[in-house]
Design a protein around this ligand. Structure first.
Ligand code: PEP
Ligand code: MN
Length: 270
């Protein structure tokens, strides 16, 4: 199998703009931004934060895979155009998620990394479309997905012709209800040992609460990972999705200082 260490011993290198992760790059990319693109002002403030910190990549969901049809569903194409505007004006790379195969082409066209969400990772229409581009695809592990199923999802993209696949652990469901999900660091160790794909961790969705995000991010970085995906919002309390887990911009801006020494200790840089 193409994702296995038997097939390819070295971790694959994937380029997100000028930032290369995986291989022997030693880079841990920090990707931040809101759960959802909500307005031009909100995503512009977010772009300014990312740019101001010297980071390269902004996240923001436009096609939101919400659990309830009565919750905010995302701005759709309008949001994608706002994100594309920030990409252009600030020279940032952007990552946004695909909810289903109907808008996968738009997302491929206007983003630098295609995020296949935890609920979408079984969607073969999406996976097959992602195989036909050369843009990086970040596949998030479903909350009830075994490591084998997770890797097989990646195999659809790899075997279809796109080698730029990144795995993302974002928490799985356990018996525990006090935290939103359970960040599976054992699973990360397994993937590091057995697969050749770069791995990005998302402590925000795993924890579900802002208070746990920094300590979890530290634990992730200590494992020698290729990147972090962290939600941050200019006014978290007013966020239209995932309000309780998003960092405010002040907390987000301190992340690098806290994480850098840990990254360095394991031979990585953020
Ligand atoms: C997100 O990144 O905002 C998101 C919806 O993530 P997940 O697919 O992991 O739930
Ligand atoms: Mn979210």
């Amino acid at each position: 199998q193409l994702a296995s260490r038997e097939y390819k011993k070295e971790t694959r290198t994937v380029a997100i703009g000028d930032t290369r992760i995986g291989g022997d790059t030693g880079n841990t990319i920090l990707i931040g931004g809101p759960c959802s693109v909500e307005s031009e002002g909100q995503i512009r403030t977010s772009a300014e934060l990312i740019k101001g910190m010297g980071l390269t990549t902004l996240r923001g969901g436009c096609y939101k895979p919400r659990t309830s049809p009565y919750s905010f569903q995302g701005l759709g194409l309008e949001g994608l155009m706002l994100l594309a505007k920030m990409r252009e004006e600030y020279g940032l790379k952007v990552i946004t998620e695909v909810r289903d195969a109907t808008h996968v082409d738009e997302v491929i066209e206007h983003s630098d990394v295609i995020q296949v969400g935890a609920k979408a990772m079984y969607d073969q229409g999406i996976l097959r479309a992602c195989a036909k581009t050369q843009k990086p695809v970040l596949i998030k592990r479903g909350f009830g997905t075994t490591l084998q199923e997770f890797v097989q999802s990646a195999e659809f993209v790899l075997s279809g012709g796109n080698e730029n696949v990144i795995l993302c652990e974002r928490g799985i469901r356990s018996f525990e209800t006090k935290t939103r999900f359970t960040l599976d660091l054992c699973g990360v160790a397994y993937l590091q040992e057995h697969t050749n794909l770069p791995i990005i961790l998302d402590p925000s969705h795993a924890m579900g609460f802002a208070y746990g995000v920094l300590p979890l991010a530290k634990a992730c970085v200590a494992m020698g990972i290729d990147g972090l995906l962290i939600e941050a919002h200019p006014t978290p309390k007013l966020a239209k999705s995932d309000a309780s887990q998003q960092l405010d911009h002040e907390s987000f801006s301190h992340l690098i200082d806290e994480l850098n020494p840990i990254a360095q200790a394991v031979g990585y840089k953020i």
